[in-house]
Design a protein around this ligand. Structure first.
Ligand code: AMP
Length: 286
């Protein structure tokens, strides 16, 4: 696997493959890779002839006081892991190459799906994500790009961006990879102390119980309230715990056919997010 840092080297590798008629999959990441990221690489290999991963800690998607400076940067380990998992090319540009012009710059805002949930708690976050992903899509010109369902709102933002702006790339969602206790894998899990790590799996358990309660006919509000209280008892500070329509994240007060329950909570210095999609029979909806 080659690593390139300059746009010229990226373009020459990509042009070489395109001249041979090979298809390309893109997997954007911020590095510090784990099994969740490698599941995206594996899925990418099933969708295209060549896989390009990017490692770029994107400053424009971090808010003031967030962890941009301290975000774990482990490029050498990431290179080894990507090579082992069959990635063909790593693009790891410096910040000044991704943003060569002085601000203010053009940015992408994807309305409505960017609002609420993480968008409300992290103002500007999804504009930063959408903008950097569009730039990466324009630089790599991939046939498809793969994103984790762990970041469900992000996936919805990027799907809408690609659809609304006629970006000729298929967006593919990949199921969340979890630790054995259900905790969604995340680079930020390492901010947890051992004691916090022992209770962190209860976030996923809360989603599972809540889905069961809603499917059994208990009211959405009561089901969510009960789980929020349990999380608070375990030391979580819940940012949000909400039921949304899975197709477009529209707020709903009763389960629809395709639903997603989304949660974000702080545990110590870590902010954890997770979600669970579920279906309800149409008569439950009545
Ligand atoms: P990040 O490096 O955190 O920006 O994540 C890069 C990509 O990996 C995003 O599309 C994430 O949704 C995805 N990802 C992160 N963690 C997981 C996970 N546990 N399972 C599946 N995908 C993940």
């Amino acid at each position: 696997m080659d690593t390139v840092v300059s746009l010229a080297d990226l373009k020459s590798a990509v042009h070489h493959w395109k001249r041979q008629g090979l298809s390309i999959a893109l997997v954007p990441t911020m590095g510090n890779l784990h099994a969740g990221h490698y599941a995206l690489i594996k899925a990418a290999r099933d969708h295209a002839d060549r896989v390009v991963a990017t490692v770029f800690v994107n400053p424009t998607q971090f808010g003031e006081g967030e962890d941009f400076e301290s975000y774990p940067r482990t490029l050498e380990a990431d290179q080894r892991g990507l090579a082992d998992h069959g990635c063909d090319l790593l693009y790891a540009p410096p910040v000044e190459d991704m943003y060569p012009s002085e601000p203010p710059r053009a940015t992408v805002h994807v309305p409505v799906v960017s609002d609420g949930l993480c968008g409300a708690r992290r103002p500007g976050h999804f504009d930063g994500v959408a903008t950097v992903v569009l730039k990466l899509l324009n630089r790599v010109l991939p046939d498809c790009a793969l994103f984790g369902e762990k970041d469900y709102q992000q996936l919805m933002v990027l799907r809408k961006m690609v659809a609304d702006l006629d970006v000729p790339t298929d967006v593919i969602g990949v199921p969340t990879v979890r630790e054995s206790d259900g905790l969604a894998m995340s680079s930020r899990n390492q901010y947890l102390t051992p004691a916090e790590r022992r209770v962190a799996g209860s976030l996923h358990a809360a989603l599972e119980r809540c889905v069961l309660a809603i499917k059994s006919g208990r009211s959405v509000d009561k089901s969510i309230d009960a789980e929020k209280k349990k999380l608070a008892r375990n030391g979580f500070r819940v940012d949000y715990f909400e039921l949304r329509r899975a197709s477009d994240l529209a707020p709903i007060s009763r389960a629809a056919q395709e639903n997603v329950l989304l949660v974000a909570a702080r545990l110590g210095s870590a902010r954890l997010i997770d979600n669970m999609r579920f279906k309800c029979e149409p008569d439950t909806d009545a």
